[in-house]
Design a protein around this ligand. Structure first.
Ligand code: GLN
Ligand code: ZN
Length: 784
């Protein structure tokens, strides 16, 4: 038989099968254990990952894919790009400094898993050090720490982690392929503290540190090194392309014997294809799950000597692969290019999928039969490798099982719901349009709601106290029965309503005490959604999320939120706002089925929510908020794909929200801060009221809304809920005055930046009392 085909993963999940890294980190941070204990757990996880991949027959096993917190932070530390203020001069970087960069020194962290809460003065002193800013890694839900550069930034090799881990693996008997974040991607992901300074200009100073690393790796026996340049999947300019050429030409000259595997993922190379193919590297990785169509073009143009790494096993989703179909696609490539010029690989690092399906206890056997987590994906890669090396006959049973699983899923009645399909097919354009324009709706709403100017409200959740979480856990464990849990939640809700009335909030909320998570709560009440017990995926640092799995047509067996909302409404004469999670957010924070377009899955969710909205309206709820915090992060990586996405995203939101009378007021909420580039789409959502996060930018973010002349009403957040402090009346008044310079007084709502679930009542009570006072002060002024 021919030589064995190379098989690779681009990285393994590092949190551990049972989130061992999380436990070790949190114990270390709390001071319970020392750094030795942490490092021992980390080494154990690395060793186990190498052993598992080795056993599965992976030939290009990664090292330096592990991180105590984040691989971009590791790169920052490796090249000594530590911002001033952290007390680092040169030489090795301590754990204290590393975690100060990651988390700041007070330990005050972000409120939700979805965003960062750091400002950037990095001041020390009473306030402590702030962490580096955190943002999403491309279009994933993984967050990296944003490198921060200054003009004249110096670099030096300040950590030998990459070399140490290569040697550590070697000592254990594994010859690995070290992974580095590429120099161009690293600089492009960073930001500059000096205005108008492009970090890319720092490349000449950075490259010597990389060549030093490559030299040392080669000296220790590395033959392949994986360098990740996912910027190749983005719209980049000529300067960036030139930077890529400069970097890889330098590496080829400086370390000629070392083979570089250049990797890009999450999208096609597109217009960067010629650049990528011209780089002097030994291997090029292609993501063929996100962009299978790019293979033909690459095959036509790739130099004969180039090793192509075909990313065919999906590192971003949890579905079992169709192995025979993948072989149909890559066998001809192998025949043409030769066994030794091919690597079969995961599409990207397996960091983005849960660890091991075998540990899962929350799913039934049929569903489990359709899925593959990281451990199962190793097996899939191994089967592909054997089929390519020794022929399909060598893995006949495995291939048959793969085919059978795919066929079973396709045919299962659980994924098809004829009523949902029929309803989707019958959607008419007017279903996604309110009956009348905002100007008319507004009259009806003013009539019905009779709110003062500068009406006050909150974003939905009140503090999820220890008591609330304890009661929920006891209920889940069966120690608190339904009646007891229900009574507890009713008390909490009633208290929240009474308190909001007391302090004079205008549009009340029920408090969301019954909700574990804004997506999970609704997902658990929808058909087509499944929830795992162990399917954890790293979000940032020690934080993990368990995204639900949308496996089938989505429908709503019964009302999901009506009982709690109407209960709250029954306790007050003020309007209580119904609170729903929008279709795009429900989609974006889940693993989504791959046999239907995301647009159609989103529309299905939208139709289910539309029914919920109608039920709320029918039950007498006159204000309904549909949260869409995820609409911006759903944006495709390439600008050319934005319009299509925004089209169906906006249509989905409108499908969910347009089935109501003029007098019913639809709110939406988004908690992030960049609106400029999607402001038209936000306007097109046509919510009657939108609440956004603006307090930390001191209302500057509102500028987008002025240029665009946002026609509907807006609640610019005046209370920064990411920090444990109570803003004063004067502070919030000043923010509102700034808003008033940018918007019409009758357009402005008064509310916090986001939900209050991560805060303490001790802060929330005085903060909202002050917020109401600020609103009243402004009201008094306009009413004279
Ligand atoms: N209604 C949700 C809450 O208040 C919104 C959360 C969010 O925007 N992430 O918690
Ligand atoms: Zn929010």
């Amino acid at each position: 038989m021919s030589a064995s085909v190379l098989v690779a993963t681009l990285g393994a999940p590092r949190i551990g099968p049972r989130r061992e890294l999380k436990a070790a980190l949190e114990s270390y941070w709390s001071g319970k254990t020392g750094s030795d204990a942490l490092l021992e757990v980390a080494a154990g996880l690395r060793g186990a990952n190498w052993a598992r991949q080795h056993a599965a027959g992976i030939t290009h096993i990664p090292s330096n894919d592990f991180s105590l917190y984040d691989q971009v932070l590791d790169t920052t530390v490796t090249v000594g790009a530590i911002p001033a203020g952290y007390g680092w001069k040169d030489g090795a970087v301590s754990h204290e400094t590393y975690f100060a960069l990651a988390r700041g020194t007070q330990g005050e962290q972000t409120c939700c898993t979805h965003k960062s809460a750091n400002d950037h003065a990095h001041t020390n002193g009473a306030a402590g050090l702030s962490a580096l800013e955190m943002t999403k890694w491309f279009d994933t839900n993984y967050h990296y720490l944003v490198p921060e550069f200054v003009r004249g930034q110096a670099f030096e090799l300040a950590s030998t982690k990459v070399i140490d881990e290569f040697r550590e693996a070697k000592a254990l008997g594994y010859h690995t392929r070290p992974v580095l974040v590429g120099p161009v991607t690293f600089l492009k992901l960073g930001k500059s503290r000096d205005e108008h300074f492009d970090p890319l200009l720092l490349l000449p100073g950075l490259l010597p540190v990389y060549t030093e690393i490559l030299r040392r790796l080669a000296a220790h026996g590395a033959d392949w090194v994986q360098i990740d340049e996912p910027v190749l999947a983005l719209d980049i300019d000529d300067a960036t392309r030139a930077a890529l050429r400069a970097a890889y030409e330098m590496f080829a000259r400086a370390v000629p014997g070392l083979k570089i595997q250049l990797t890009s993922y999450f999208g096609p190379l597109g217009d960067n294809r010629a650049t990528a193919l011209a780089l002097p590297v030994a291997g090029l990785h292609l993501d063929l799950t996100r962009a299978s169509e790019q293979l033909d073009g690459v095959l036509k143009e790739a130099p004969a000597g180039l090793v192509l790494s075909l990313g065919v096993i999906d590192g971003r989703n949890v579905w079992r692969a169709n192995l025979p179909a993948i072989l149909d696609r890559i066998e001809p490539v192998m025949a043409k290019r030769g066994t030794d010029h091919l690597i079969v690989s995961s599409s990207c690092s397996l960091l983005h999928v849960p660890f091991d399906l075998a540990l899962e206890t929350g799913l039934d056997e049929e569903l489990k039969g359709w899925l593959a987590f990281a451990a199962q994906k190793l097996d899939e890669l191994s089967i592909l490798g054997r089929a390519l090396s020794s022929g399909r006959g060598a893995v006949k049973e495995e291939l048959a099982a793969s085919q059978a699983a795919v066929d079973a899923r396709k045919a299962s009645p659980r994924i098809h719901n004829a009523a949902v399909a029929a309803r989707l097919a019958a959607v008419k354009p007017e279903d996604a349009r309110r009956a009348h324009a905002f100007s008319e709706r507004r009259k009806a709403q003013n009539e019905a709601l009779r709110l003062p100017v500068f009406p006050t409200t909150t974003i939905g959740s009140f503090p999820q106290t220890g008591e609330v979480r304890k009661a929920r856990a006891a209920h889940t464990r069966g120690e608190l029965d339904n009646a007891g849990y229900d009574a507890f939640l009713r008390r909490e809700t009633a208290n929240a309503i009474r308190w909001q009335e007391e302090i004079g909030i205008d549009v009340l909320v029920h408090g969301e005490f019954e909700r574990n998570d804004m997506v999970q709560y609704f997902g658990e009440r929808l058909d087509g959604y499944a929830f795992t017990r162990t399917g954890w995926v790293q979000s940032y640092g020690s934080r993990c999320v368990r995204p639900p799995v949308i496996y089938g047509d989505v429908s709503r067996p019964e009302a999901m939120s009506v009982a709690w909302t109407t209960y709250a409404q029954s306790l007050t004469d003020k309007p209580v706002k119904g609170m729903l999670t929008g279709p795009i957010t429900m989609l974006q924070w889940s693993f989504v089925r791959d046999d239907l377009s995301r647009a159609d899955v989103c529309r299905q969710i939208a139709l289910a929510l539309r029914d919920e909205v109608s039920d709320l309206e029918r039950a007498g709820i006159s204000v309904i908020q549909i949260d869409e915090p995820a609409i911006r992060e759903g944006l495709p990586l390439r600008k050319a794909d934005w319009a299509h996405y925004l089209d169906w995203a906006v249509e989905s939101f409108r499908l969910s929200s347009s089935g109501v009378r003029d007098a019913t007021q639809i709110h939406t909420h988004m908690c992030y801060s960049e609106f400029n580039d999607i402001i038209d789409a936000i306007g097109a959502m046509d919510a009657d009221v939108i609440s956004i996060e603006t307090s930390r930018s001191k209302m500057e973010l509102l500028d987008a809304f002025i240029t665009y002349r946002y026609p509907n009403e807006i609640g610019p957040g005046v209370y920064d809920i990411h920090a444990p402090r109570v803003p004063s009346v004067a502070e919030m008044e000043a923010l509102l005055e700034k808003a008033e310079q940018r918007l019409a007084a009758d357009q402005i709502w008064v509310n916090p930046d986001c939900g209050l679930k991560t805060r303490q009542w001790e802060e929330v009570r005085p903060a909202l009392v002050n917020m109401v006072a600020a609103a009243r002060a402004l009201r008094a002024r306009v009413e004279g």
